[in-house]
Ligand binder design. Structure first.
Ligand code: SAM
Length: 475
């Protein structure tokens, strides 16, 4: 699309308000709509370090200064075609959109909620920070969008997760004071994304913004009520509209006096929030706005808040392990012997915990480390789907292949990322191997790009038979 089209079609009322907001910075802001958008990718820090990525990445990248593990790439690099992407080593995300999850200090062991999570740009970042511990509850009210979220969570190899499609009010009713950290990346008017998605500019109206503001004010109170004392909430939008930004934070601070804004590290190009838009509360300067003329990314707004209470989280009480029936124990041993055969002893850096195996109707799941009851609530995944039991044998799933990091299995056939057999296999083809490329002559193996597992296959006479499920094949 011709960039001048976006520039020419910006809604006049939006421009008037921006002029009033920005004063002398209005012209540079407007000019930024003539500049090309930036492309970014964010590493899956649970799978790969920046040093390792730098060593193997086969296309040019440049670090995004304010995002650890974030990189710019050029539009023509097509990183989604690279097997390293299919191995879940990075997520493609607009650079400014990486900022909210980077400001929420989720840490291993935390119980984290991403309330409006689809398609998973921020949930995957939070899940990587948890590194297989605690719990990431990734929710989106839209079931179709939650399916895309599930796919990205599985691609990232996250195992300690619940992916759900519940109404926020229902979650709020069930999980009062439960979470250590909550991300609320609210539905918004998307003014910050006009350059990227021109349709948003065409659909924009001040009335829509006001109606979204009402939804955001409800959502932020529900989110605050689900935080434990001492917990932290990150509110974000991709709009500049004060009624969806500072005004929502002011509403929260008025309605929930136990919530307080926290200052964040102001990286170069970050702009403070404006107290004028939220009842002149001085602390609104702790909010952050990203403008496309001041940072190499699109527009965003963020606020980090804390609920009064102790630093320390109350420790999560593990549900008492259920005694497995004889049938269950037999089924579990089929799974465990499969894992042993392939030399799988850990999942994404954590030792495999057999007590987290759960088998239901022949489907095998790896339960999250923290397991709240979900009875009566709608979800797509409770834990990671590991595979199926079929006639006394275990068939591994694609999410299981992706939950394995480098060197977490012995039966690995590793090829360089540029080897065309990797993409052929991901398209659903069988591939031929040369002598010495596979660690053993037959049976189940993981095909890997530079050591990072991509998919399972079965080796027979030098041919790796394809086991990539139809829905996971690349076209
Ligand atoms: N956090 C996501 C990411 O980084 O990939 C983007 C989330 S998007 C900005 C907002 C999400 O809120 C949408 O996926 C949408 O389905 C959901 N949503 C829309 N209306 C909602 C409502 N009334 N209550 C809760 N969620 C809503």
């Amino acid at each position: 699309m011709d960039k001048s089209t976006v520039y020419d079609n910006l809604p006049p009322e939006f421009l008037l308000r921006m002029k009033e907001m920005l004063g002398p910075e209005y012209e540079p802001f407007l000019e930024s709509f003539r500049l090309p958008r930036r492309y970014g990718l964010r590493l899956n820090t649970a799978k790969i370090s920046a040093e390792e990525f730098w060593r193997i990445v086969p296309f040019p990248v440049r670090p995004i200064p304010w995002i650890p593990g974030g990189y710019f790439y050029d539009e023509d690099a097509r990183p989604s075609r690279c097997p390293l992407y299919q191995a879940g080593l990075y997520y493609l995300q607009e650079p400014s959109a990486m900022t909210p999850a980077s400001l929420l200090p989720a840490a291993p062991g935390d119980v984290v909620l991403d309330l409006c999570a689809a398609p998973g740009g921020k949930a995957t970042a939070l899940g990587a920070k948890l590194a297989g511990t605690g719990l990431l509850m990734a929710n989106d009210v839209s079931t179709s969008r939650a399916r895309a979220l599930q796919r990205n969570i599985e691609l990232f190899g996250l195992s300690s997760v619940i992916v759900c499609d519940e109404k926020p009010e229902k979650l709020a009713g069930r999980f009062p004071g439960f979470f250590d950290k909550i991300l609320l990346d609210a539905p918004c008017s998307g003014e910050g994304m006009f350059r990227k998605e021109e349709a948003l500019a065409r659909d924009w109206s001040p009335e829509k913004s006001e109606s979204l503001s009402r939804i955001q004010k409800t959502l932020i109170l529900q989110a605050a009520d689900m935080l434990r004392p001492g917990g932290m909430l990150l509110y974000s939008t991709c709009t500049f509209a004060p009624c969806e930004d500072e005004e929502v934070i002011d509403h929260l601070l008025t309605e929930r006096p136990d919530m307080h804004l926290l200052p964040v590290d102001m990286a170069e190009g970050f702009s403070p929030g404006n107290p004028r838009y939220g009842n002149d509360r001085p602390e609104l300067v702790h909010c952050v706005r990203l403008f496309p003329h001041k940072i190499a990314g699109e527009g965003h707004f963020m606020a980090l808040l804390r609920k009064d209470g102790p630093e320390e989280a109350p420790s999560w009480k593990e549900p008492a392990p259920r005694k497995a029936s004889r049938k269950e124990a037999g089924e579990q041993s089929l799974v465990l012997s499969f894992l042993e055969e392939l030399g799988i002893r850990s999942l994404c850096g954590r030792p495999l915990d057999a007590s987290r195996l759960h088998i239901q109707g022949g489907k095998v799941f790896y339960l999250p480390a923290v397991r709240p009851s979900f009875e009566g609530l709608s979800y797509l995944r409770y834990g990671m789907y590991m595979g199926d039991l079929k006639k006394n044998r275990f068939e591994p799933s694609q999410p299981l292949a992706l939950a394995l990091g480098k060197s977490e299995a012995d039966a690995v056939i590793s090829l360089p990322p540029e080897d065309p057999r990797l993409s052929a296999f991901l398209r659903g083809e069988t591939i031929s191997l040369l002598p010495g490329e596979a660690p053993s002559p037959k049976g189940w193996h993981l095909l890997a790009a530079a050591g990072w597992p991509l998919a399972f296959g079965k080796l027979v006479n030098g041919t790796l038979k394809n086991h990539v499920p139809a829905g996971w094949r690349i076209t």
